[in-house]
Structures are given as C-alpha cells and as structure tokens.
Design a protein around this ligand. Structure first.
Ligand SMILES: *Cc1c(COP(=O)(O)O)cnc(C)c1O
Ligand SMILES: [Zn+2]
Length: 464
C-alpha cells in the first residue's frame, strides 16, 4: 500500500516518487521538480467548498483562524500538532473599479487580492507557514533561502516566532529593498550578502543546504507551494465560490503560478469546482525568460516532454552576452526561474498566457493601484500592467471577471514610490531615471509652500 502523502516527480513519463520526509526536493530518478501528492481516495475530502465557511465559527482555534490552515483538508500533509502558524492569510479580495477602468475592464469585473496584509507583508507567508510545518516534521533546526527580499523577510519572521529554528538568508549584492532587508535583520536571521545576483545566490544556497543538511525554503520546495494554494481558496471564497475567468499574477521564480494551477486542477479532480480559470503570468521586461520561451520560442509542456534544449539554448545566450536580470520590480528580477517546468504545466492546464511589461508601465500601474485604494510594491503591479496589455490586445474581454494578485505590501519599497512622485530630478534619477524610465504618468507631487498662512490657504485652494 502506498503512503497517503508522498512526493512525486512532475514528469509523468518519469514516475519517480519519494517519501513525505525527503528534504532534497529533487526527483530521485531524474533530478526534476516534485509535487506533494495525496491519495485522495483514502483521505477525507469535503463534499463542497461551502464546508470551509463553517471554520469561522471555530476561529479561536489558531488552525481555523489561519487563512492558510483552515483549508488544510486540501493539503493534508501534516498532523495538526505539527502545524506552524502565525495567523497568516488574513488577506483581502477587493473589488477595484477605478483600477478596472485604468486596465480597460468594465466596472465590477476586477478584484485585487491583497497579499500584502500577511504578517511579513507578502504572499510568501502562505508558503512559509507550510514549509516550516514540514521542516518541523522532519526535525530541521536550520532553514535557509536565497531571496530578492520577501522570502527572507518571511523566513526571518517564522524563525523568530518559532524560536527553535535558525534562519540563514542569501541575498545578492545590490537590488534588495531596504524595507525587506530591514525585516531580515530585525527578526534576527543570519544574513549573507553574496557577490552576485539572485540566480547566483539560489545556486549557492542549494549547494550549501545539501552539504550542511539545512532545510531549504525557496519555492523549489513543494511544501511551500501547498501553502500558497490557499491564496486561490480565499479568492474563491471571496467570490462566493465562483471561479473567475482569469487570475493574473506576476512571475518571478514561478512558484505562485505553479501553486495556483495545482490548486485548481485538484479542486476540479475532486469535483469541488466545475472549471478552472485561465492564468496570465506577467514578467518584467528586464527579466522575461518565461515570456521569451513560452511566447516567442513556443516552448510547451507537451505532457512533460518539453524541449529542454530551448531552455538550455536560452540560458547559454544569456551567459554568452553576460545578460543579468534588470528591473525595478526587484521581487521578480529573476532570469532562471526554478519552477519553469511546473509553470509550463500550469499554463497547459489552465490555458494560460505570459506577457512582458516594461518598468514604466509597472510603475504607472502601481500608482493607479495606490490611487484606487490599495497599495502594493512594484513587482505586484506587474499584474495590473499585464492585465491592461491583455485587454488592449483583446485577449481578455472587458466583461470577463479578473483577479489580479497584489503580492507584496505598499511599504516594502517606499524609496521607489517616493522617487516616482518626486518633483526633484536627483531623487527621481537615483531610483528610477537612471534605470531608463524617462517620465511617469501619475506622479502626485508634494507642493512646496512657504511657512505663511495666506500662502498655505492659497496652495490648498488652488490644488484641492
Ligand atoms: C516572490 C515574489 C514574486 C514572485 O513570485 P514567484 O512565485 O516567485 O513567481 C512576486 N511579487 C512579490 C512581491 C514577491 O515577493
Ligand atoms: Zn523524475
């Protein structure tokens, strides 16, 4: 008899499996990515998604309060006693008509799923809670990640909350925002600054974790993706269990898109939804490997037989020209997404598309999201910039119901926000102008006024 829960190679032709306890996060047969797999026939599955509404009545239990774990019957890999929760997932799905209009959708058709409300300020907590639960089950005492910022902030907060786990963070030199770095330092994680970019840091952390037996929490860890499925459960809940037409998400390491597609295809297989939404992944133009491969080189999942030579060729060309990822949206500044094969499978299952948006469109969309009543960090705004592009192209109809994922909090990168709105050229240039953006469309400039009552009154009358 097989285990109720195990890890399984994503490649159906390989068929490799390994135990729940394995922390190498590579298929033992082919070295590829793994899924957490369940023998659903032998597990209790709710008859309807409405079942989860009942959890609210029981919210004095921290597991039923958590926006992740109240759905734990849909990722039942851990006994309740092992679960690590800090109350993550109390997030918000808000109808956003002003942003809809900006993106070209009709009013009432756009919802923003604000994952910045998590304890560390990004969606990463959904996955970290699940990864730390698995780490505890395997007896780990040290956890590590490479990070563009939010993974480290999340790892650090969970280590601090648990006390029994030491956090180790690898960051590349340069691009991490101060907001995120400050979280890693404040929560007491060991922070190693590697002389290289994110892709270099990730390669190193995988080597070091293997050598020292440190638990790895990057999204190559399939348990993280199990926790991130709950983002979609909460979206469905907010939409009264109606499946939207589209989910639009920024793409970095492609963990989210992989997790979302797994969530929907499992719900479909379990008979809990009748159809899956379409998925749109949005790259920043300066880090658009997935876009290039999927849309330009026509790379497809092909039942697991995807053309690896296209990927190898693309990476060889990056190396040959020493091209590094380069975008103001630092959280998605990644050229070698570890979950690329899973993401191909995800687009195949959910009839997905990929788009690539320039930084100026990301920043303008971000300003519109802020002006519309929710804020986000630059990477998150790629979702709305991408939606706008897809509506313009006619791929998304203005009457379709769309959910954009706002992955991180507005205060994560306040330097960029201030620079965007600044009238001072030096401030603008230091963060934005130097990166090729000439001018921005929706700056809300501070108005300088002398310390004089009449002048202040005049400034208000003229401007508000
Ligand atoms: C990590 C991160 C992303 C990228 O998500 P992936 O799952 O790696 O594609 C996007 N936005 C923010 C704010 C992030 O922190
Ligand atoms: Zn395999």
């Amino acid at each position: 008899m097989t285990d109720l829960v195990f890890q399984k190679c994503i490649n159906p032709k390989c068929g490799g499996t390994t135990s729940l306890a394995d922390t190498t996060f590579r298929c033992p047969r082919c070295g590829g990515l793994l899924d957490v797999a369940y023998d659903w026939n032998r597990l209790p599955v709710p008859k309807s998604l409405k079942h989860f509404e009942g959890k609210w009545a029981n919210r004095t239990n921290p597991l039923d309060f958590s926006g992740v774990w109240r759905f734990r019957e849909l990722f039942p890999f851990a006994p309740d006693s092992a679960i690590v929760t800090i109350g993550e997932g109390q997030t918000l799905c808000q109808r956003a008509d002003a942003v809809a209009t900006y993106a070209g959708l009709n009013p009432g058709r756009l919802f923003l799923q604000y994952e910045g409300m998590n304890p560390s300020g990004s969606f990463k907590d959904n996955g970290m809670s699940a990864a730390f639960t698995h780490a505890r089950m395997t007896g780990a005492t040290r956890a590590a990640c490479a990070s563009t910022g939010n993974t480290s902030a999340s790892l650090a907060i969970y280590c601090a909350a648990m006390q029994s786990m030491r956090g180790i963070i690898f960051i590349g030199s340069g691009k991490i925002s101060y907001g995120k770095l400050s979280q890693a330092l404040e929560h007491g994680a060991l922070t190693l600054q590697i002389n290289g970019d994110f892709d270099d840091a990730l390669r190193r952390v995988r080597e070091v974790s293997q050598q020292l037996g440190i638990y790895l929490v990057n999204s190559v860890n399939p348990f993280r993706l199990e926790g991130q499925k709950s983002i979609m459960y909460r979206v469905l809940e907010a939409l009264r269990w109606e499946v939207p037409d589209w989910v639009v998400v920024p793409g970095g390491n492609l963990g989210n898109v992989s997790s979302f597609a797994k969530a929907f295809s499992e719900l479909l297989d379990l008979g809990l939804i009748a159809r899956v939404p379409r998925l749109a992944v949005i790259n920043a133009a300066g880090a658009n490997t997935f876009y290039e491969l999927h849309e330009k080189h026509n790379l497809r999942w092909a039942g697991g037989q995807f053309d690896q030579s296209k990927i190898d060729g693309y990476y060889a060309a990056l190396d040959a020209t020493s091209r590094k990822a380069d975008t103001l949206a630092s959280a998605i500044e990644i050229n070698r997404p570890v979950n690329l094969p899973k993401a191909l499978r995800s687009l195949d299952r959910c009839n997905g598309v990929v788009r690539s948006v320039p930084d100026v469109e990301i920043l303008d969309a971000k300003a519109k999201i802020g002006a519309g009543g929710l804020g986000c960090e630059p990477a998150s705004a790629a979702s709305v910039a991408g939606l706008r592009m897809l509506v313009r192209e006619g791929v998304i109809d203005k009457d379709e119901r769309v959910v954009c994922i706002l992955t991180g909090h507005v205060l994560k990168d306040s330097d960029e926000t201030v620079a965007y709105h600044s009238a001072d050229q030096a401030t603008f240039d230091a963060k934005i102008g130097k990166r090729g953006v000439k001018s921005v469309a929706f700056a809300n400039r501070a108005v300088p006024v002398p310390n004089d009552l009449a002048a202040i009154v005049k400034a208000i009358e003229q401007n508000a």
